[in-house]
Design a protein around this ligand. Structure first.
Ligand code: SAH
Length: 214
C-alpha cells in the first residue's frame, strides 16, 4: 500500500476542488487532503481515486463522491468528541473523515464481504471506528444516544428507531427520496418530539435496504 508524492499531489488538488465547490469547514478540506482515498478502492482504478466522482467498490456498492462526503460532513457540524452513528460503512472513507475531525464513530454495514474488507483495511491505515455488521434501519440501541447520525445510503423514509437514538440537540443527515434521486435532509432534534428539518440539494446514493441483512 503505497502513498506516493504523486498521490499526495493529486489529493491536494482534490481538496482544493472541494473548497472551490463551496465547502468552508477547513477541517474537512484537511481530512480530504490527508486520507489516502486510493487505498479504499481496487488498485487498478487508482487513477479515479482523486477525481471528484463516486466509484464502484464491489458488491454493487460505491465509495461516495468526495464532494458528497464533504456536504454531509459539513451539515453534521462535527465537534471534537461527538459520538456519531454512521449507517452504511461501505469503503470506510466517510468514517475516516469523521475520525480525522476528532469524532467517535460507530458504523454499521449490512454487506458481509464489504464489512469484512473494511474492518481489516481501516486499522491498517490507523483508523479505528467501532464497526458493526447488521441492519442500520434499527440503529444501535445498545450504544444510544448519539450526538449525530449520518446515513450514507438513499432512504425512502427516515427510520423512526434511529431518530429515537439521536440526542436532544443532535443532528441527523440523511438522503431521502426514491431509487434514482434523494434530497439531503438535515434534521435537528429540538426536543423528544420536535424536529427542525431542512433540505440541502439533490444527490444519488445506492439504496438504504430494509430487513435484508445477508
Ligand atoms: N459511507 C460509504 C459509502 C457507502 S455506500 C463510504 O464512505 O464509502 C452505502 C452503503 O450502505 C453500502 O455499503 C450498503 O451496503 C450500505 N447499506 C445499505 N442498506 C443498509 C442497511 N440497512 N444497514 C447498513 N448498511 C446498509
Amino acid at each position: 500500500m503505497i502513498d506516493s508524492y504523486k498521490h499526495k499531489g493529486m489529493r491536494h488538488k482534490l481538496a482544493e476542488a472541494i473548497r472551490d465547490k463551496g465547502i468552508t469547514d477547513e477541517r474537512i478540506i484537511e481530512a480530504i487532503n490527508k486520507i489516502p482515498r486510493h487505498l479504499f478502492m481496487d488498485s487498478s482504478f487508482e487513477k479515479f481515486a482523486y477525481s471528484d466522482v463516486p466509484f464502484p467498490i464491489g458488491s454493487g456498492q460505491t465509495i461516495s463522491q468526495p464532494y458528497t462526503v464533504a456536504v454531509q460532513t459539513e451539515l453534521l457540524e462535527v465537534k471534537k468528541g461527538d459520538k456519531i452513528l454512521e449507517i452504511g460503512t461501505g469503503s470506510g472513507y466517510q468514517a475516516c473523515v469523521l475520525l480525522e475531525m476528532g469524532a467517535k464513530v460507530y458504523s454499521i454495514e449490512r454487506q458481509r464481504n464489504l464489512f469484512d474488507k473494511t474492518r481489516l483495511l481501516l486499522p491498517s491505515l490507523g483508523y479505528n471506528p467501532k464497526m458493526f455488521y447488521g441492519d442500520g434501519y434499527k440503529g444501535l440501541p445498545a450504544f444510544a444516544p448519539f450526538d449525530k447520525v449520518i446515513v450514507t445510503a438513499g432512504a425512502i423514509e427516515v427510520p423512526e428507531d434511529v431518530l429515537k437514538q439521536l440526542q436532544v440537540g443532535g443532528i441527523m443527515v440523511i438522503p431521502v427520496g426514491n431509487e434514482k434521486t434523494q434530497k439531503m435532509i438535515r434534521i435537528k432534534k429540538i426536543s423528544e418530539n420536535e424536529f427542525d428539518k431542512s433540505e440541502n440539494g439533490n444527490f444519488a446514493f445506492v439504496p438504504f435496504l430494509k430487513d435484508k441483512v445477508r
